[in-house]
Design a protein around this ligand. Structure first.
Ligand SMILES: C[S@@+](CC[C@H](N)C(=O)[O-])C[C@H]1O[C@@H](n2cnc3c(N)ncnc32)[C@H](O)[C@@H]1O
Length: 288
């Protein structure tokens, strides 16, 4: 059993390395998710596991602790609304901009992408949009998908999903159109896979190397962070977004308490956020 002192050591270590904040009610979570790792590492206590992780210069054990603590729950077209908003509002707007020569491509960053269902759902939404808008091509969109966990990124990059994952949120029509059936596994077709570039990224780190984005998905991840870290990420996303850029959050998440930099918008029961226009910022970032 984990002691409160051990829990605090590990809790602080986790927050330091991935930003996830665990309140005292989460003792059970650390115990249940790290017990197997503790035995696998030959440790007799959680304190020993913590000490081993601190001394491990390779960071392999640190990454294993983070992988065990993070929740990777995801599914296709989660909450539906964001994809409806892309299709009915944003892709339409950007398509007009591209057609008028005012824009060359739509850049979207999926910032905690887990096993890939979210960025691939965006890619499928764009493909569907292209079926009606023949002037758009796949190279008119660039989707970057990132996560802290190498394991989930590996699954995303492979684009291979078992029957259970396939049954969560994906219509048969899309399944048959965009996936190839294997024995027990479905593989996403290259036409979708090639639209998404995966990379490892910890949201605690600087992400300006990604370049300016039109749309950021930061869904079902802020809930795990402290108020201070939420504010910090939202500020950095605001400076990454292009003027008038958009932010999507999870259905149960809100940013009203944490920042004034975004305006909340509604479309067909769905919520999304647009960066507020700031003359100075607009001027500084007006280069496409
Ligand atoms: C609950 S999943 C959300 C997946 C997807 N956005 C969705 O809404 O379906 C949260 C993801 O955030 C990742 N994560 C946790 N801490 C992170 C951090 N500091 N930086 C980047 N990703 C992180 C986890 O590995 C996990 O895959």
């Amino acid at each position: 059993m984990i002691s409160l002192e051990e829990f605090h050591l590990i809790r602080d270590y986790i927050e330091k390395h991935c930003g996830i904040y665990l309140s005292d009610e989460k003792v059970y979570l650390v115990e249940t998710r790290l017990t197997a790792l503790m035995f696998e590492q030959g440790c007799k206590s959680f304190r020993e596991l913590y000490q081993k992780a601190v001394l491990d210069r390779t960071h392999v054990l640190r990454d294993k602790i983070i992988e065990n603590i993070t929740t990777n729950e995801t599914y296709w077209f989660r909450d539906l609304h964001p994809f409806g908003i892309l299709d009915e509002v944003l892709f339409k707007h950007y398509a007009d901009e591209i057609t008028a020569g005012r824009k060359d491509k739509i850049r979207i960053w999926c910032s905690a992408c887990s096993t890939g269902q979210e960025p691939y759902s965006i890619a499928m939404t764009f493909r569907e949009f292209m079926r009606e808008n023949h002037r758009l091509r796949p190279d008119h969109i660039e989707i970057t998908a990132s996560d802290i966990s190498s394991t989930v990124l590996f699954i995303g990059k492979m684009g291979r999903y078992d029957n259970l994952s396939m049954s969560r949120g994906l219509s048969e029509e899309f399944r048959d159109r965009y996936f190839v059936r294997g024995d027990k596994v479905w593989t996403i077709k290259d036409e979708i896979k090639q639209m998404v570039k995966f990379q490892k990224l910890n949201l605690q780190e600087n992400f300006h190397h990604l370049g300016r984005q039109d749309i950021v998905f930061c869904r079902n991840i802020l809930i795990y962070f402290s108020t201070e870290f939420k504010q910090n990420i939202l500020r950095r996303i605001a400076s990454l977004l292009r003027p008038n850029g958009y932010l999507f959050l999870g259905a149960s998440e809100s940013i009203i308490m944490y920042t004034q930099e975004y305006e909340m918008l509604r479309h067909a029961m769905g919520l999304y956020y647009q960066i507020k226009q700031n003359e100075e910022k607009h001027h500084a970032y007006s280069v496409r």
